[in-house]
Design a protein around this ligand. Structure first.
Ligand SMILES: N[C@@H](CCC(=O)N[C@@H](CS)C(=O)NCC(=O)O)C(=O)O
Length: 215
């Protein structure tokens, strides 16, 4: 049985949703962030980076959200979470997943933890400036995604939903308190609404106790 170490609404939400999509048995372990459990000696045996999520599959212990998602997708091809290997569609799918995981996701970390991105004691003003700048960058990225969806949506891969859309749902949700939130971008909003309507997504949100406003 899979085991997923999670915290409600954290990056664990995407692997959690995928496990629901797949329908394989899994067990959730709450990581107590209030007690900084992700930095404990025991947890760091699973993820030496001290970050959520971690997936355990027998002897296989994995961290990094995108890696976990691809691993689950590869193990469960029937769930059709990604286009077949060796196709042009697979190439475009990689492009989207890497863009989300390598470019958008790291900027969301700066947005949520701006104080970690300056060595100087810049005080509230400096930290606020970092947050403002990264919010502008994120807005531009979400607008870019919105513009791409105009061309070929409603999903990132066109007519076919993929785990990249699930990853996007997580990131769009995290942007919900921005001055120009993703929900104000028409095509991105449509994408997220379609994802939110999926029973697997609803089950994961309910289990994690996440209620409106979701994004
Ligand atoms: N690149 C990592 C980032 C994971 C990450 O930053 N997780 C956050 C929760 S969304 C976390 O564990 N934060 C706790 C901390 O920084 O101590 C991944 O994709 O798994």
């Amino acid at each position: 049985m899979y085991e997923l170490y999670y915290y409600p609404g954290n990056a664990s939400i995407t692997p959690h949703v995928l496990l629901e999509e797949i329908g394989a048995p899994f067990q959730l372990h709450l990581v107590e962030r209030a007690r900084n459990e992700q930095k404990s000696v025991a947890y760091k045996k699973l993820n030496p980076r001290g970050l959520i999520p971690v997936l355990v599959d027998g002897d296989t212990v994995l961290y990094e959200t995108a890696a976990i998602c691809l691993y689950l997708s590869d193990k469960h091809p029937d769930a059709a979470l990604a286009p077949p290997c060796g196709t042009a569609e697979r190439g475009h799918f990689y492009k989207w997943l890497m863009f989300l995981a390598n470019t958008v996701h790291p900027d969301t970390l700066i947005y949520f933890y701006p104080e970690r991105y300056t060595l100087e004691a810049t005080g509230d003003v400096g930290v606020g400036a970092i947050k403002d700048a990264v919010e502008e960058r994120l807005t531009e990225m979400f607008q870019f995604i919105d513009a791409q969806l105009v061309k070929g949506g409603p999903y990132l891969m066109g007519e076919q939903v993929s785990l990249a859309d699930h990853y996007l749902l997580m990131l769009a949700r995290w942007g919900r308190n921005m001055k120009t939130p993703p929900r104000d971008m028409r095509h991105l909003r449509r994408n997220v609404e379609l994802m939110l309507a999926r029973p697997a997504v609803q089950r994961a949100l309910a289990t994690e106790g996440l209620s409106a406003p979701i994004f």
